[in-house]
Design a binder for this molecule. Structure first.
Ligand code: MN
Length: 411
C-alpha cells in the first residue's frame, strides 16, 4: 500500500517540523539501553531502526546510528557525516514512499524517558552578555566600573564541571557551602541564594588535537548543535569563593540541559549580526568580515507556573565561534562531546533578565511566588523551566523544547 502523505504531513508539528530535526537519546522500554533518535513533531524516530529498514547511508554514517545509545559516535564523525545524515532524514521525511517506515520507527515522546544525549567532555562556561556582565558588576562591585577592562577584548570564561551536567527533568539538590556573614566569620550550610542562569549550551564535534580553531573552522567543522542550558548558581557561595579565582563550588553542583540537541544547520535562518564592537578585536576574534553568528533565539524563563522573563540571545556580545576560537587559541585541544555555555542571557529591559539576582536587583526587589509569598532566590520545591525558540526558514519555528528541574532541599 502506498501512502500519499509524507511523514512531515502526518507527524510534523509547529516547532518540530522538518526544518528542526533535533537529536536525542531515549529509553524506548524501561531498563533497556537508550537509542539515538531524531524528533519529528511529538515523535522520537529510532535512527538505527529507520536505517535498517530503508538503508541508503554511507557505511560511515550508518555506523553513527546503528546500535548507538547516544550521539557520541555522530559527534566524532564530523560535518560531512552530519550533513549526510540530515539530508537523508529530510529526504525520507518528505517522501511519501518512506512514510510507513518512519511510522514504524516512531514512538510518541510522551511514552519515552529521555537520556543524556551525549557524554559531556570538557565544559567551559562563558560570560558573553554585556547586559548581564554590567548588571552583575553593578550589584557585586557598586563602586567600580561594572565591566572589567578585559571584557571587550576576550570572551571571559571559567572551566566548569562536566560530570554534573544533567538532563532536563533531573531534580537539583540545594548545595551546601561556605556563606559570607555580615560582621562575622563565614558559616557553612545550605545556600540561601540559589539562582538560575538562562543560557544556550553548544555541543562540539570533530576534533582539533592542536587547538587553534579559527572562527571559520569553528562554524564550519566543530559546532554540532545547541541546547537550552540552566547554569544553577549559589550566589552566597559564589560571592565568598570567587575572589580572585573561580567560580567553582557555587556552580559545580548542577547544570541542566534540554534533552533535544538542535542541529547547528537548523539555526541558519536565526543568524543575525551580533552587537557592534566597541573595541577593535585581535585577529583571532575579529568577526568584522566574517559571516554573522549572532543567533535570534528567545529563551523564556518560567518559575512554577509564572512566566518571569524572556531573554533575547540576539543581544549576546560574543558569538559561539568566537568562544570556541578563544578556548583553543592557546593550543588547547577539543574533543567530540566538549561543551560550552554562553553565559547568562540578559537583554537591556527589566523583563529580559536571565537570572534572579538581576531580576530582584540583588534581592532588593522580590518576585511574588504563585503561593503569594515573596521570594528573591529559589525556594525548595520550586520548579524552573526554560523554553526556547528561534525563527526557521519561511514561517517555521525551531523549538528547543524545555529545560526543567525542581529544587530539592539540602541534605
Ligand atoms: Mn553561567
Amino acid at each position: 500500500m502506498t501512502n500519499k502523505f509524507t511523514a512531515v504531513d502526518l507527524l510534523g508539528k509547529h516547532g518540530f517540523g522538518v526544518e528542526n530535526l533535533p537529536y536525542g537519546s531515549v529509553y524506548i522500554e524501561e531498563n533497556t539501553v537508550p537509542r539515538v533518535v531524531v524528533r519529528l513533531g511529538d515523535h522520537a524516530i529510532d535512527l538505527g531502526f529507520l536505517e535498517s529498514t530503508i538503508g541508503g547511508l554511507s557505511s560511515k554514517a550508518k555506523d553513527t546510528v546503528t546500535d548507538q545509545p547516544t550521539i557520541d559516535a555522530l559527534l566524532a564523525a564530523g560535518r560531512p557525516i552530519w550533513s549526510e545524515l540530515r539530508n537523508w532524514l529530510t529526504h525520507i521525511f518528505t517522501n511519501p514512499s518512506h512514510t510507513a517506515a518512519v511510522k514504524a520507527a516512531a514512538t510518541s515522546v510522551s511514552d519515552v524517558n529521555m537520556a543524556m544525549p551525549f557524554t559531556v567532555g570538557d565544559y567551559v562556561d562563558f560570560y558573553a552578555s554585556e547586559n548581564h556582565a554590567t548588571n552583575i558588576g553593578r550589584i557585586l562591585r557598586p563602586n567600580e566600573e561594572p565591566l572589567k577592562p578585559n571584557w571587550k577584548h576576550l570572551p571571559v570564561s571559567y572551566h566548569g564541571r562536566a560530570s554534573t551536567v544533567f538532563i532536563s527533568g533531573t531534580p537539583v539538590r540545594r548545595p551546601k557551602g561556605i556563606r559570607p556573614e555580615k560582621d562575622a566569620n563565614p558559616s557553612f550550610g545550605p545556600s540561601r541564594k540559589l539562582d538560575i542562569e538562562a543560557e544556550i549550551g553548544f555541543i562540539v564535534g570533530g576534533s582539533a588535537p592542536q587547538g587553534e580553531v579559527s572562527l571559520a573552522e569553528a562554524a564550519e567543522n566543530h559546532l554540532f548543535g545547541a541546547v537550552l542550558f540552566n547554569d544553577w548558581s549559589a550566589r552566597d557561595i559564589q560571592a565568598f569563593e570567587f575572589v580572585p579565582l573561580g567560580p567553582n563550588l557555587s556552580k559545580s553542583f548542577a547544570s541542566t540541559i534540554s534533552a533535544w540537541v538542535v542541529p547547528w544547520e537548523a539555526l541558519d535562518a536565526a543568524r543575525v549580526m551580533p552587537p557592534s564592537r566597541d573595541k577593535a578585536l585581535l585577529p583571532y576574534l575579529d568577526d568584522s568580515d566574517a559571516d554573522p553568528y549572532g543567533l535570534d533565539i528567545s529563551v523564556e524563563i518560567h518559575i512554577d507556573d509564572q512566566h518571569v522573563s524572556t531573554a533575547p540571545y540576539s543581544t549576546m556580545y560574543w558569538t559561539a565561534p568566537q568562544m570556541l576560537a578563544h578556548m583553543t587559541v592557546n593550543g588547547a585541544a577539543i574533543r567530540p562531546g566538549d561543551f560550552f555555555g554562553s553565559g547568562t542571557i540578559s537583554g537591556s529591559e527589566p523583563n529580559q533578565r536571565g537570572s534572579l539576582m538581576e531580576m530582584t536587583l540583588g534581592g532588593k526587589v522580590p518576585l511574588i511566588a504563585s503561593t503569594g509569598e515573596n521570594f528573591s532566590y529559589l525556594r525548595d520545591g520550586q520548579q524552573v523551566t526554560l523554553r526556547g525558540s528561534a525563527p526557521g526558514p519561511g514561517e517555521s519555528i525551531i523549538s528547543f523544547g524545555e529545560c526543567t528541574a525542581t529544587v530539592l532541599p539540602a541534605t
